[in-house]
Design a protein around this ligand. Structure first.
Ligand SMILES: [Mn+2]
Length: 240
């Protein structure tokens, strides 16, 4: 069992309270020799890696992103925010601020008023949209200066939910793959379960409408699944 990050919401909840409340789940995962690779929401647990007496046995199993040979391919197990330029120190701090605010709201009202994930996702997509618009405008202005074509495309400007971000993330993973860092990218982060080609697999999310996971057989074949009331069901989503 490998957890590839954002397992704990540490931008929002104190670690000691999570341990107290979810001890039986943490115990069970520790018993399964789970490897735990932190993501951007729980990167603070990395400081526990290698400590002599971690506050829970599972945290003795914390690992940075790693590459493992399975079958004849090299699989890179990572959360995925590593290649996301918008998951940086600034958005992390912003996330912490929003998280603390949301935590206080919950304490006061007993309800979840703000979803950290939704807000950060929106900000990240907005950032990508702005980058995209800037690039597009710059190219447009250059072209207009050359007098070769109009700035405005025929169809006008389209706003696509998280589309640009997903495309850019894929391009970045592909760059790392072609540089020989790995053959298969095994990631989460975008919450979109599925595959792209034979080199990108996303384990999705356990906080959305369906809970997703990946199963990798010893010969290196990867399956994406949704967990349902009737057990695992194949997920054949192509993520682009
Ligand atoms: Mn993430």
């Amino acid at each position: 069992m490998v957890i590839i990050g954002d397992f704990l919401e540490l931008l929002r909840y104190p670690l000691d309270r999570i341990i107290t409340r979810r001890r039986s789940l943490l115990d069970r995962l520790a018993d399964m020799d789970t490897i735990y690779v932190p993501g951007n929401h729980d990167e603070d647990v990395m400081r526990l890696a290698g400590t002599a007496n971690p506050s829970h046995p599972l945290f003795a199993r914390i690992s940075p992103a790693f590459v493992q040979h399975i079958g004849d391919r090299r699989f890179k197990f990572m959360h995925g925010h590593e290649v996301d330029p918008l998951a940086n120190a600034h958005t992390q701090n912003l996330g912490r601020m929003i998280g603390r605010l949301a935590y206080l709201c919950e304490l006061r009202q007993g309800v979840c008023l703000l979803s950290n994930d939704t807000i950060i996702g929106l900000l990240e997509e907005t950032g990508e949209q702005l980058l995209h618009a800037w690039t597009w405008l710059r190219a447009g202005v250059r072209a207009a200066l050359r007098g070769s074509r109009s700035i405005l495309p025929g169809g006008g400007m389209r706003f696509l939910t998280r589309r640009i971000r997903t495309q850019r993330m894929l391009a970045r993973y592909y760059g790392d793959k072609t540089e020989g860092l790995y053959d298969v990218a095994v990631v989460g982060h975008t919450h979109k379960a599925g595959t792209f080609g034979d080199w990108y697999v996303n384990s999705g999310s356990w906080t959305g409408a369906s809970s997703n996971f990946l199963r990798i057989s010893p010969d290196g074949r990867v399956g994406v699944f949704n967990w349902t009331d009737n057990g695992p069901r194949p997920n054949r989503m192509v993520v682009a």
